[in-house]
Design a protein around this ligand. Structure first.
Ligand SMILES: Cc1ncc(COP(=O)(O)O)c(C=O)c1O
Length: 415
């Protein structure tokens, strides 16, 4: 039994009643980016139509209104992840940007020659390359923790790598390829025992489940608005207040400065000291509307729906001959989000995605910006992925599974 009214929810998403290639759109690519409800579209439109103005600058009415709306969205975001205050929420462009800010502003002065930084084998490029570049600049060593069963972080190996005393540990909360949810709380606790600072990549977890930064105790959390019903071009780096206070921002100028002379500058208070220049105001306002929408449905209900769809899709896909599923199986459903990668014997993932597209079904094929995982661990050039959100229905999974039979016919698999 689904606990949310999907048909009602779908009416809030205008794109879901469009047709693609003459067929109703079946959108199964929300891990890449989510669709947007009318309330978000309206919030952005309303800002442009009725109070477009810069924040923190004007003493006139519409500027005060935009400042308040922008700040209110940070308060909503802080509440969503149980942060102490909106002051701990730094707006940036996306998860990638957030991780880069942490690497450049926090870790850059911390990491020295010979130091270790630890990530895992299931990271998105966004949580590999900033650390790789930092390690290269500093002569530090980037370690990665291996996977067990091509699905889970091998905790013995994770501990062995922690013995090397990494100063920084960065890992994803949920994998965009495997769907695996890492035990962020235990991993953070272990990393802290060895004295590391922990950055959690929440790009695939914050949109789909309750993420509580106090309970997990991570030092930083990065996530993107566009994957959780909000506009693109805006994301969040959450950081513990005392850490953020100590950091000197890497990108400087404009609104992040309290006072400046030709010789020195004093930074603005948190969180503004990290937000140089005019920010993505409409993005922040739209993000606030997205969080309100998600909270209106309830993160627990969204998670239940995700589990229901994922369990159903794993079962249906496993019934298709020649399909190989990646990531945790049905018995480990609770350790998964709704992103399911698979391969089909005799079919390239791009061909699968192309045939599905001809049926109006949008899935993603490729390395999913996780090349070390896809190429070296799964040993595939690419995989096909379907991913779900609160607006998806079981019937859409059925359509996608039926379309896989069409792939076989078109490619003459088994003929
Ligand atoms: C786990 C993970 N981390 C980071 C990112 C990067 O997110 P963005 O493109 O919003 O910066 C993604 C995007 O798919 C992701 O899935």
């Amino acid at each position: 039994m689904t606990s949310i009214d999907v048909d009602k929810i779908r009416m809030d998403f205008p794109i879901l009643s469009t047709k693609q290639n003459g067929k109703p759109l079946v959108y199964l690519d929300s891990a890449s980016t989510s669709q947007k409800p009318l309330s978000v579209i309206e919030a952005v439109g309303d800002y442009y139509r009725t109070y477009n103005s810069n924040i923190h600058r004007g003493i006139y009415k519409i500027s005060v209104k935009s400042t308040e709306a922008y700040q209110r969205s940070k308060e909503l975001a802080a509440k969503l992840i149980n942060a102490d205050s909106y002051e701990d929420m730094i707006y940036c462009r996306n998860t990638t940007d957030a991780i880069n800010i942490a690497a450049l502003s926090y870790a850059e002065p911390l990491i020295e020659k010979g130091d270790h930084i630890l990530i895992t084998e299931m990271e998105h490029h966004s949580n590999i390359v900033p650390w790789m570049m930092l390690a290269r600049r500093k002569g530090a060593i980037l370690d990665h923790s291996r996977l067990l069963d091509k699905s889970f972080v091998d905790m013995e190996d994770f501990r062995a790598k922690l013995e090397l005393k990494p100063k920084m540990v960065a890992f994803t909360h949920a994998s965009n390829v495997l769907g695996t949810i890492n035990d962020a709380k235990s991993m953070t606790k272990m990393a802290h025992e060895y004295g590391a600072t922990v950055l959690l990549d929440g790009a695939q977890s914050v949109p789909h489940m309750k993420v509580d930064v106090k309970s997990i105790d991570c030092d930083f959390l990065a996530f993107s608005s566009h994957k959780m019903l909000g506009p693109s071009g805006i994301g969040i780096l959450y950081g513990k207040g005392d850490l953020l206070e100590k950091i000197t921002p890497a990108i400087v100028g404009s609104d992040m400065i309290r006072s400046v002379t030709f010789e020195s500058a004093e930074w603005n208070e948190l969180p503004w000291k990290f937000e140089s220049g005019t920010p993505n105001i409409e993005g922040g306002i739209g993000f606030g509307a997205a969080i309100e929408y998600l909270e209106g449905i309830g993160m627990d209900s969204i998670r239940n729906h995700d589990l229901e769809l994922t369990g159903y899709a794993l079962k249906r896909l496993s019934e298709v001959d020649g399909i190989r599923l990646y990531g945790p199986g049905e018995k480990d459903l609770s350790k998964r989000v709704g992103a399911i990668s698979f391969g089909m014997e005799g079919a390239h993932p791009h061909d699968i995605a192309t045939v599905l597209d001809s049926e109006g079904i949008a899935v993603r094929a490729g390395h999913h910006c996780a090349m070390p995982l896809v190429n070296s661990v799964l040993k595939q050039p690419a995989v096909t992925r379907m991913s779900f959100y609160l607006y998806n229905k079981k019937e859409e999974i059925d359509l996608a599974v039926d379309a896989l039979e069409k792939v076989k016919k078109v490619l003459r698999i088994g003929a």
